[in-house]
Design a protein around this ligand. Structure first.
Ligand code: AMP
Ligand code: GLY
Length: 423
């Protein structure tokens, strides 16, 4: 079987590695992939947003099955376009990907179907938003409606900060049309949990839970990033909470999308906050999380391609999705300065021992050498029976990778470990 994976980061590398475990897979094309995954996939220089290019390539190369991993192509209708040429795909169609593509849509969905989330208001006019902020409870959370490269959320600690955020989204259009509408919502507190789930619209099977570390610095300080590391499972996510989430959030969301005529097939990501009033949805994503995937898929025992095809065919209820016991930790290695300014093109060396644990996000081959090509360069994942072993091993392996000005947080998993010990 010839597979095509749209996307080019660490998440896609983890998906590709797992897909390769199926002996029927003869070739995997990554569009665009990156130089760091060249041993696992044939990287093709077609951008993830180039829907026409992707479809042409898939048809010309007789691709048997496609996986569309990033949000942009999903929201742009890559799955619809591939399916129209008879190519079966993993991922939601555009009318379902809107659950991530529009925060206004997702908030209204949750309100209409009584799915617990932060209280909110939607604004289409700058003046009305500013007026509302005169009396809104502080801190408050400002969200651009559309996709904004993961940067469209501002937690404002003061009224002025909130107003600045609204002005930059609605007047200065820092996120373009994504800021035409903004959601202003209640600030929630509690541990955050990421839960990815396979669903074919009829059955929903949550994967092992995980915990992201979004801030650049140790102890959750510094700027927000695309994710500096993850652990799975998330110790705050107990069996009781999982059952409650299934009942009040996961199944109601799947059914709500069906009722709206927007059946969601693919990986539905629930960003949850375990508030004192119970679990609430912080955000939905229409895809696998990055870097959550880099700890979740290494714990998957079942064959990923089989599960994905069951999602596509609507036979998930007859398919086993099994995760192994144990823990995974992923440490992201970044270029110093990320997420602000950082160097690229630094020679990257990954020892043979570490390579199978490495999911490369930003690298390319230049003059026959592997060099860095992004702020987040790669993630190193270790799986072990206990969380402390997984953390120790992930750092041991991460320390074997070299490039100039390598930076990583040194406390990935520390909070989870503390929570485990507290239980
Ligand atoms: P996002 O960029 O959508 O991943 O959101 C960034 C982060 O903002 C989330 O991971 C949360 O930590 C935080 N966040 C989003 N909404 C809220 C909220 N209503 N209350 C508190 N924190 C929030
Ligand atoms: N790790 C958060 C995301 O993938 O959006």
């Amino acid at each position: 079987m010839k597979l095509l994976v749209v996307g080019g980061g660490g998440r896609e590398h983890a998906i590709i590695r797992k897909l390769r475990e199926n002996p029927a897979v003869t070739e995997i094309f990554a569009l665009p992939g990156n130089g760091g995954m060249a041993a696992d996939a044939t990287c093709v220089d077609i951008g993830a947003k180039d829907i026409d290019g992707i479809v042409h390539f898939a048809v010309d190369n007789a691709v048997d099955y496609a996986v569309v991993a990033p949000d942009d192509p999903l929201v742009l209708g890559a799955v619809d376009a591939l399916e129209s040429k008879g190519i079966p795909c993993f991922g939601p169609r555009a009318n379902a990907a809107i659950i991530e593509g529009s925060k206004v849509f997702s908030k209204q969905l949750m309100k209409q179907y009584a799915i617990p989330t932060a209280a909110y208001e939607v604004f289409e006019e700058l003046e009305a938003a500013l007026a509302y902020l005169e009396t809104a409870p502080i801190p408050t959370v400002i969200k651009a409606d559309g996709l904004a490269l993961g940067k469209g959320v501002v937690i404002a600690q003061t009224r002025d900060e909130a107003k600045d955020a609204v002005r930059s989204m609605m007047a200065d259009k820092v996120f373009g049309a994504s800021g035409d509408r903004v959601v202003i919502e209640e600030f929630l507190t509690g541990p955050e949990v990421s839960v990815l789930a396979f669903t074919d619209g009829e059955t929903l099977i949550p994967m092992v839970s995980s915990m992201d570390h979004k801030r650049a610095g140790d102890n959750d300080t510094g700027l927000n990033t695309g994710g500096m590391g993850t652990v799975a499972p998330n110790p705050y996510y107990t069996a009781d909470i999982a059952a409650q989430c299934m009942e009040t959030i996961f199944l109601p969301t799947m059914r709500a999308m069906n009722a709206e005529g927007r059946t969601f097939k693919g990986c539905l990501y629930f960003g949850l906050m375990l508030t004192p009033d119970g679990p609430k949805v912080i955000e939905y994503n229409c895809r696998f999380g990055d870097p959550e995937t880099q700890v979740v898929l290494p714990l998957l025992e079942s064959d990923l391609l089989t599960v994905m095809q069951a999602v596509t065919n609507g036979t998930l209820k007859d398919t086993e999705v099994k995760f192994r016991e144990g823990n995974a930790c992923c440490v992201i290695l970044a270029s110093a300065g990320y997420p602000a300014s950082y160097e690229k093109g630094l020679k990257l060396t990954i020892p043979a021992e570490t390579a199978p644990h490495t999911y490369v996000a930003g690298a390319k081959i230049a003059d026959g050498e592997l060099v860095t090509n992004g702020g987040r360069v790669l993630g190193v994942t270790a799986v072990a029976d206990t969380l402390s072993e997984a953390i120790r091993e992930a750092y041991r392996l991460a320390d074997t990778v070299s490039f100039d000005n390598k930076y990583c947080r040194r406390d990935i998993g520390a909070r989870a470990l503390k929570a485990t010990e507290g239980n």
